[in-house]
Write a protein that binds this ligand. Sequence first.
Ligand code: SF4
Length: 466
Amino acid sequence: MCGVIGILGSYPLRMSRELLLLLAHRGQDAAGLLWIEGDRAIDGKSIGSPSLIRLPDTSSNQILGSTRYPTSGKRVASEEDLNTFVGPFKVNAITLTHNGNITNMASVSEKQFDCDGEFLAERLSFHLENNSGDLPEAFRKLEAEVDGSYSLAGFYNGLLFAYRDSHGFKPLVFGRSSERTIVASESTVLDMGGVPLERDVYPGELLVFGNGGKMESYSISQNANHSHCFFEYVYFAHPAATIENQLVYDVRFRLGRALAQTFKKLHLDKPDYVVPVPDTSRPAAQAMAETLDVPIREIILKNRYLGRTFIVRTQEERDAMARSKYIYLDGKIRGKNILVVDDSIVRGTTAKMIVADLRKRGAAKVYFAVTCPPQAHPCYYGIDISTDRELIASTSSVNSIAEYIETDALIYQEEHTLENSIGIKDLCLACLDGDYPTEHARSIRKGIQQQGSKPNERDYERDFSQ
Ligand code: SF4
């Protein structure tokens, strides 16, 4: 996942950095802004938070922004890396910023790319050159050759464009006023940028905006079944964001209500407190507390000043970082039955650590509720969980996971209650059921089943033809 913004219409650069900060949760590796000054494209980039991007005190009519989460290439470690790994990118007449993950770069182009955003800009530029500068036609060619997820914003000939792949994996919304048009990964950016949310960009739709709010819509690719990433609602997106007409907060609240019903059926001792693991699971914990008539207590607090201060290299450093992530309200734990609510269990190490920390502080019972069903398959579309070995649910049953994290009861969301809570059809559930919606992802899966994963290598970066 990454965050993107595109702004057409005069806007202060330093304010656009504030808008980008609203997408910092979508990518904490690095951030970039690109703006047009006369006929020059200028950029500013930073390792970590967008707040570190240095900007002049001026405005621009054309601005693109990006927060980076690494799903291809490595983590950004130096100023040099910023140029190759972090968008927005400029290739000839195209400037572009991208959210998603392209899985078949090597089979489309012989050139090696450090970042799929640069790959997309290069391919689009190539197709423009070969199609007399016709943007919709260039997107048709692009859509036909690439596999993966991509929601993007960019500029071509002074026009702002927005495109969402035909599966609609990643969110992309837009809004217009008489002064400016904004395209963004999440609707909160539009609120702060002073334009009302108009709607989502439809899957397979290219939007081209001109000055004064002019807009043209082109149907590039039709896909009968869309595959909106369910994990956006569970974890990625800000609770104040509206995606596909669903407020993310409301979805998380409904997920909590559904989990509470499952909890009731287990007839366990009543918890004294419902405790969210900050921050994503708060709405679900509120709903569980209301439904079970149990108070909610924030006895697990996030160490909010633990930023991206260093690149962890050793297991010891990783363990130390995990331990310093949470602070506990010690006096509220002894002798209590505690129902912890978290958004997901990936490797199981954080859940195990939280249960152990609560027991160490005298908790009588620790139940663990998870708003997401077990994730047993890797994601090839934009989260960096690219191999089975990173997922405890790929090899362990729910009972084994409960034993491993040493909880008194483990309560997972069920797939049908997840779908009902989100309230829209056409979801990607591939990391739950292994049913990948794109062809190349299915062939990667087949290759892995035949040849196995390799250590230190992402499945989708493998070449299975060798
Ligand atoms: S595999 Fe899972 S995380 Fe990845 S896009 Fe699909 S639903 Fe989202």
